[in-house]
Design a protein around this ligand. Structure first.
Ligand SMILES: [Zn+2]
Ligand SMILES: [Zn+2]
Length: 212
């Protein structure tokens, strides 16, 4: 799989384009906003959008999903239904932060152990609550890449001070759902630079103390 990261919204959210290089069929993970830049990338590369994937319901991740889905006639898959209240709240959140966003009702809610396909390739779904109750991550086992949204960052972890956030649960998600994917897995976080799970497992101060 090939991928590219397009930081979107004032929150510099890592909107990720993931595509199969032969068929040029792909998915957008977390189109939070800045649709013209996302659209330009797709047309420059000649990528045919197959679906939209959402890690969680926050505005900067899901704010442009409804409009992108409508324009391309593609389904929205994810997050877990536990984030429905966040997806419903997008318009109010957008108003609060002074940018645009529409509520979105996914065509498919995802759960632990589900699989989604992109360009004929399979991504594994893990439910990782803590930052939000319905947060999921996407893992492409063959290429050892994961898109983990706001669960884990290079040198940090997701905030848990929002409604439905839970710090202990987030640490459990990281330990039980991310570490087993393998130290060599490269992950794309929701914000900031990429890292590997192994590097974070050893050096990330927010999780290293909880690692046994
Ligand atoms: Zn978030
Ligand atoms: Zn975020």
């Amino acid at each position: 799989m090939q991928y590219a990261v397009i930081p979107v919204t004032p929150f510099q959210q890592n909107c990720t384009v993931l595509w199969q290089p032969q068929s040029l069929r792909g998915a957008i993970i977390d189109p939070g906003g800045d649709l013209p830049r996302i659209e330009r990338f797709l047309s420059d590369k000649g990528i045919e959008l197959e679906k939209i994937l959402l890690t969680h319901g926050h505005l900067d991740h899901a704010g442009a999903a409804a409009e992108l889905a409508e324009r391309h006639g593609v389904p929205v898959e994810g997050p877990h239904v536990g984030d429905k209240f966040w997806l419903d709240m997008i318009p109010q959140q957008a108003q609060m932060f002074g940018f645009t966003g529409r509520a979105v009702l996914p065509d498919r809610w995802l759960a632990q152990g589900d699989e989604v396909t992109v360009g004929g390739e399979t991504l594994e779904v893990r439910h990782c609550p803590g930052h939000t109750p319905g947060h999921v991550i996407f893992f492409h086992r063959a290429d050892r890449i994961a898109q983990v949204g706001d669960v884990l960052f290079a040198g940090s972890i997701g905030r848990t001070d929002f409604p439905g956030g839970n710090h202990a649960q987030l640490l459990t998600s990281i330990r039980e759902q991310l570490w087993p994917l393998g130290d060599e897995v490269t992950f794309i976080p929701g914000h900031g630079p990429r890292s590997t799970l192994g590097h974070e497992r050893r050096h990330n101060p927010f999780v290293a103390a909880n690692y046994r």
